[in-house]
Design a protein around this ligand. Sequence first.
Ligand SMILES: Cc1ncc(COP(=O)(O)O)c(C=O)c1O
Length: 372
Amino acid sequence: MQQNLRIPGPTPIPPRVAEALARPMINHRGPEFAAILARVTERLQRFFQTSQPVLGFPASGSGAMEAAIVNCFSPGDPVLAVSIGVFGNRLASVAQTFGLAVTRMDVSWGQAADPEAVAARLAALPTVKGVLLTHNETSTGVTNDLAALAAAIRRARPDALIVVDAVSSLGCVDLRMDDWDLDVVFTASQKGWMVPPGLAMIAASPRAWAAVERATLPRFYWDFRAVKKSLDKGQTPYTPPVNVYFGLDVALDMMLAEGRDTIFARHQRVADLTRARARALGLTLFADPAHASNTVTAINVPDGVDGKALTKALREREGVIVGGGQDRLEGTIIRIGHLGYVHEPDITSCMDALERQLAALGHRVPVPAAES
Ligand SMILES: Cc1ncc(COP(=O)(O)O)c(C=O)c1O
């Protein structure tokens, strides 16, 4: 049975990228890799929409979280962590682990952060050094209005570092690092980039680079300066995930051929289709519709249906792999990933399978009231 991988990362790999991944190994300190690294970096900048170098670490997204914290802050630095779900909580925990003075602002799950409420919170934190944000909260299917949040934060605290987890948004939805004056932005290869896990990508603004010099948290592997110094020589300080770079080189060719805005429009279309099909099945969506994500849709498991039985039936009977709920949402939602290499037929077949398996588990689609 062919698998329809509809979790919100790792995501499916296009055949051209899969071929590139299987290329013979090369010297990671030779000219061939230097050329790939230069091409990949320059093209990643177009998606980050920044003139700053995009640094690569052999890591998952959580590694980038740690890199952001240890490079920019010192023990005791006050930061505001705005959390709208599991991954916002994780970033706050990383900051806490490294001894930052973290003020947590927890937004109800399913909702986005309100820029004015964040600004009001900052008014009470005059010495705050940074604000930690999640662009797209993969656990709840909510996308924050990052432009509005960044503008409100800048007005309240012009020098604060704005740190953005863009793990499940970059490459799929608009994120303008320089225009929106964001300071640290990171993503990971297994999400919207159509390549396997293994590469975390992170960029820092001039304000953040200045903070890197002042910050006193210890760092070795994660030191931005080491990566930047090597990048200038066409290398990485440690052995890079060479095959992920082979794949990303081809994936970025495909992404630029499609066009940035066309990619964003495709993500909007597949997200709209997912939401429309869910509603037509009589299901309700977990996220506030005004902030529903274009990369992942969280659907409430209907009353009378066992969420775990549903994901199992989809996997075993249909070859459709969807995500379950995380943390306190376990068993109560399913999450459908639609990011990276995804087109309408992938969603149609996923939702057809969902319809069949819900019916098999006894869910009845409510009949709309007749118009009088
Ligand atoms: C928004 C967000 N941040 C961080 C992470 C953590 O990334 P990783 O699992 O690659 O460490 C994820 C992973 O799903 C994510 O979706």
